[in-house]
Write a protein that binds this ligand. Structure first.
Ligand code: ADP
Length: 481
């Protein structure tokens, strides 16, 4: 069992108090590297979720001034940074990623609280300069109300920070449901939030059975907005379940990012960028390159550059400072990656780095050998679906128009990356890429200052930037004679 000063209560947090499931049931959290059971947390259900929603609704009866909300965000940023090593340890123990990446995740999460604290002045009412019908027109940004924040297991702190910072900043009350694999980071965060003296119900944490809890969040009339990050599959379920209740939604769903290398690109820059982008969190991120397209003239040189880098990666327990690649979240994750690689090999791809790893006997300890495939084509699973593992799938193309066609040939549209030394070409191609985030000669991901989100089946709504704050507001027009 994990010992931590941030995990003295291993409970949810509802209506301002640490709370267990009504029937006392719990579920186990495991360390994905070792399989060790590290904690039990409450297996909450509909009743507790309803209580959290109603407490959130009640907390909104008293308006909290913007200055006080700004103070909360600044204090949360300070507490995250002050507790960085311990939070990072909790992330690695339940998620598996290398400790150095968990530290970066805590910093990144803190930056969202910093950014939104600095931009709450965007909520000020605006007086229109025009006076239609001879009247005064003002636009206010009212809080959306009770918001449900549903998060995945790959970035248990950062994916919540993107939602919680603007939600609290905008004056909403949040009910947070973390992923079953990684609830402890949230429990640790609530030990910090508990020091803030938030009004009871402003930020509740419920852990447990996703479908039952989802029923309440999708149907309770007090919930006005659901902000979700996760698979397109579950996103679709939430869209369907909320439709009869007409709720606002912000959906950050799956990606299938193309990474295009033109023959005039700097190979070292492109290969280094791909390494940093692809292998973060063992390749289990929605922004990581899933389909690498290299122009035929430099394909051999690029494959060589990738092969020499990938073969040096060290796989192991994330608590070991030498580790570059931790375990996959569980055996289901391993099976998916393995199925993709087997399918590619069967259809004619070549494996230039990587070995067959035996399927792990247990659900945990699913370490996948970092792999480079060449000769991948559009019909293969590695190209059609998000692999979510440490596999670089490289295919070749001839022309710029072919690269665009291949890149856009997916129902997804989250991120894309393009490497070329020709600036005019880069700009021209970026405009044609149907992705919400485009890196030109960089494969860096989102940042708190800029809006981030998907096109097509990667979802809608934006996180980060002023757009990410306004997502949690309802514009209201007030007109006076
Ligand atoms: P991933 O593929 O990254 O595991 P999922 O889409 O399965 O992502 O899950 C993302 C989040 O959605 C998790 O917190 C999970 O518990 C939650 N979830 C899954 N199914 C439902 C549902 N029916 N209602 C509400 N939340 C759900």
């Amino acid at each position: 069992m994990i010992e931590s000063p941030l995990l003295q209560n291993r409970q949810g947090f509802v209506a301002g108090a640490w709370t267990s499931a009504r029937d006392g049931k719990t579920f186990a959290v495991h360390n994905p590297a070792t399989g060790e059971q590290i904690a039990d947390v409450p297996a909450m259900c509909q009743e507790e979720t309803t209580a959290a929603v109603e407490a959130a609704d009640a907390s909104l009866r008293h308006e909290v001034p913007v200055a006080q909300r700004r103070g909360w965000l600044e204090e949360i940023e300070r507490l995250l940074l002050e507790n960085k090593p311990e939070l990072a340890r909790v992330i690695t123990l339940e998620q598996g990623k290398p400790l150095k990446e968990s530290i970066v995740e805590v910093d990144y999460a803190a930056q969202f609280f910093h950014f939104f604290a600095q931009h709450l002045d965007q909520l000020q009412a605006q007086q229109l300069s025009e006076h239609p019908r001879g009247m005064n027109w003002e636009v206010h940004h009212r809080p959306a109300g009770v918001v449900a924040l549903i998060t995945p297991w790959n970035f248990p702190l950062a994916m919540l920070a993107k939602k919680l910072a603007p939600a609290l900043g905008a004056g909403c009350a949040a009910v947070v449901k973390p992923a079953e694999n990684t609830p402890l980071t949230c429990v640790a965060l609530w030990h910090l939030l508990d020091r803030l003296g938030l009004p009871a119900g402003r930020a509740s944490l419920v852990t447990g059975e996703p479908v039952a809890m989802g029923e309440v969040l999708c149907s309770h009339p007090a919930v006005r907005l659901i902000s979700f990050t996760g698979s397109t599959e579950v996103g679709r379920v939430l869209i369907a379940k909320t439709a009869p209740h007409v709720k606002r939604l912000a959906m950050e769903l799956g990606g299938n990012a193309p990474f295009i290398v033109m023959d005039d690109a700097d190979i070292t820059t492109a290969a280094d960028a791909l390494m940093a982008n692809k292998f973060r969190c063992s390749g289990q991120t929605c922004v990581c390159a899933n389909r690498v397209y290299v122009q035929r003239g430099i394909a051999a040189a690029f494959v060589e550059a990738m092969a020499s880098r990938v073969s040096k990666l060290k796989v192991g327990n994330g608590m070991d400072p030498q580790t570059d690649i931790g375990p996959l979240i569980n055996r289901d994750g391993f099976d998916k990656v393995d199925r993709h690689v087997a399918d590619a090999l069967k259809r004619g791809a070549k494996r230039v780095v990587g070995t067959d790893r035996a399927r792990p006997a247990q659900e945990w300890g699913a370490f996948y050998s970092p792999t480079v495939l060449t000769g991948t084509t559009s019909d293969m699973l590695v190209s059609r679906e998000e692999t979510f593992g440490p596999v670089v799938a490289i295919g070749e193309y001839e022309s710029e128009s072919e690269a665009i066609e291949l890149a856009n040939g997916t129902p997804y549209g989250l991120s894309a990356y393009l490497f070329t030394r020709d600036d005019a070409r880069a700009r021209r191609m970026a405009a044609q890429l149907r992705f919400g985030h485009v890196g030109l000669n960089t494969a860096t991901g989102p940042t708190p200052e800029a809006p981030f989100g998907g096109m097509k089946q990667s979802g809608f709504g934006r996180e980060g930037g002023v757009e990410g704050l306004l997502e949690f507001c309802e514009p209201q027009t007030v007109v006076t004679p």
